[in-house]
Design a protein around this ligand. Structure first.
Ligand SMILES: CC(C)(COP(=O)(O)OP(=O)(O)OC[C@H]1O[C@@H](n2cnc3c(N)ncnc32)[C@H](O)[C@@H]1OP(=O)(O)O)[C@@H](O)C(=O)NCCC(=O)NCCS
Length: 96
């Protein structure tokens, strides 16, 4: 997966990995945040916003126009309020 990524961003304590995000890219104007994850012991401490911000910063530096993310309804507040994403129409098709 990471071979096909624009970048991935991590957050660490002194001893361990606590957060991760993967940024996929179409090679043009669109990038996609995937697999945003914070270790369960470290959630709701403001850590998750940091790898998201780091991934967005890389996209901006690379001249990408649009950064997409999908999430379950429960996490809309995380992406909208804490990470400044705005809602958009989107679709998904389950193949298996
Ligand atoms: C989603 C996730 C990355 C958030 O990371 P986090 O470090 O806990 O988030 P933050 O502490 O930076 O949250 C910032 C704000 O986002 C919102 N938020 C975060 N998690 C939320 C949740 N589970 N439900 C509702 N709002 C949430 C809150 O407004 C929060 O501020 P507050 O704690 O002051 O209320 C983390 O819960 C996670 O790893 N979840 C499991 C994996 C997953 O579902 N990833 C999403 C893939 S799209």
């Amino acid at each position: 997966v990471l071979d096909r990524s624009l970048c991935w961003v991590t957050a660490h304590t002194e001893f361990e990995l606590v957060a991760f995000i993967n940024v996929a890219w179409d090679g043009g104007e669109h990038a996609f945040l995937l697999d945003t994850t914070v270790h369960p012991d470290f959630r709701r401490q403001g850590i998750g916003t940091r790898p998201v911000a780091g991934g967005v910063r890389v996209c901006r530096e690379r001249g990408i126009t649009w950064v997409h993310v999908d999430c379950v309804p429960e996490l809309e507040e995380f992406y909208r309020r804490a990470c400044a994403f705005r809602p958009s129409a989107a679709g998904i098709l389950k193949l298996s």
